[in-house]
Design a protein around this ligand. Structure first.
Ligand SMILES: [Zn+2]
Length: 80
């Protein structure tokens, strides 16, 4: 299974501003999941996420800790 990493944050109004951190989501390329679950365990449904081209703003510390770091040979790094 090929997994790519997606960075996204909750859309304004879906959560409090202080919780609008940038999460990292492992997404299987072959599927289009209804819900995305971040490395930290936060789950979001359709229309709740703002997909980002690159990490901006406040990152989710738990996601950063659990996501494979750039340069990891086993999993793809965060793209763009
Ligand atoms: Zn997170």
């Amino acid at each position: 299974m090929t997994v790519r990493l997606v960075v996204a944050r909750p859309l304004p109004g879906t959560v409090g501003e202080s919780r609008r951190v940038v999460h990292v989501f492992p997404v299987a390329v072959e599927t289009t999941p209804e819900r995305l679950t971040a490395y930290c365990g936060a789950a979001f449904g359709p229309g709740e996420l703002e997909l980002l081209e690159r990490p901006v703003g406040m990152p989710c510390v738990n996601c950063l800790r659990r996501a494979p770091s750039p340069g990891s040979a086993e999993q793809p790094a965060i793209e763009r």
